[in-house]
Structure formats: C-alpha cells, structure tokens
Design a protein. Structure first.
Length: 194
C-alpha cells in the first residue's frame, strides 16, 4: 500500500477527491494531512476520514522536526493540493523527486508567487486567453517551476467570470489529480524504498 501525504491550506476538495479515489482503488492511502491554516476545511475532512493531521506555521515548516514527521509516514508522494506556502529547501532535499503540486493554469504561464486561486483565473481572463486548465508538476525550490507531469485544458469562454472559469478548472483538477497520482505510483516505477 502506497503512502501519500497531502499539504493543503483550504477547503480540501482536491484532498477529498484523492482520498475517495484511493479508497476505491485500494492501492494507496493518505497517511497524513498537513495544513498551515488551523480552521481549514481540509482538517475537517481529515477528522471525518480519521486521517492524522498536522498544523504547521512558517517556523515549524522550516524545522528538521517536520522532515522527521514526514519521514515517519514513509511517503511515496507528497502532494501539494492547494497549499499556499513555498516548501522549504530542507523538505525538498529530504524528499527529492516525490513532491508534486497542482496549479490552476497552464504553466509556465500564470504561475509564480501570488498566482493562486482567483488571481490566476482573473489574470487568464484579463489576458484574453482562449484556453486555460491545470498543470500537475514536480516541486523544486522555485514557485511553479518544476518539471511538468501532465496538463489538461479547458476553454475560456468570452462571457466567463473568474468563478465560472474556476469551477471548470476545478472539475479538471478533481478528475486528473488522483489519476496522475495513480499513474506515478503504478506506471512510473515509484517504490516504497526511496
């Protein structure tokens, strides 16, 4: 059984999609949920699903203790699912090549510091783009700059508001994120002994 750790800052809809997918697939389980927001909806999901969780602040995230706690979970993948802080280099070094993120646009466009949530969708619409979508990518020391794993696209309609585009992009996230994770675990040769 593969072990997944999810980092999330918000409502946790992607975390829920991942949890539900692997409950049915049976090939992985979420061992830990990490959040930087004590009242985040994702923590309610963790409680309902009886998944251990950890609330971090910027200092705890930089400490070696977080690396030890993550190591105890023996994660095959660490998944950023709407986690709004940059991951410290100490964590990236401790878990090379197994930290992935989802971004609500087609990188390399509309990424970087401050480009999250509605900010992304507003920028895409303001630029007159005809399509948007999602990017699932590896995490490195720069915002939204790691190697791309997969992208999925959707149309940007002339009449779209940011919330309308966000809803369409979120449907892509919920469908593709769990399946990309399953692909990485099963097809790309991830092993429990890294």
């Amino acid at each position: 059984m593969h072990s997944l750790v999810i980092f999330a800052s918000g409502a946790g809809t992607n975390a829920k999609a991942i949890i539900d997918y692997f409950k049915k697939a049976g090939s992985a389980r979420v061992s830990l949920i990490v959040s930087n927001v004590a009242e985040a909806g994702v923590l309610e999901i963790a409680r309902k699903e009886e998944i251990p969780y950890l609330i971090v602040d910027r200092n705890t995230l930089r400490e070696t203790l977080i690396v030890e706690q993550l190591t105890d979970c023996k994660p095959d993948l660490i998944i950023l699912a709407g986690f709004l802080w940059k991951i410290p280099e100490s964590v990236i070094r401790a878990f090379p090549g197994i930290i992935i993120n989802i971004h609500p646009a087609l990188l390399p466009g509309y990424g970087g510091k401050g480009m999250y949530g509605q900010h992304v969708h507003e920028a895409v619409i303001a630029a007159g783009e005809k399509e948007s979508g999602i990017t699932i990518h590896y995490v490195n020391e720069h915002y939204d700059a790691g190697d791309i794993i997969v992208q999925a696209r959707c149309a940007v309609r002339d009449s779209d508001t940011a919330p309308e585009l966000a809803a369409r992009v979120l449907r892509l996230e919920h469908f593709f994120f769990p399946r990309a994770i399953a692909y990485l675990l099963q097809e790309a040769g991830f092993r429990k002994d890294h």
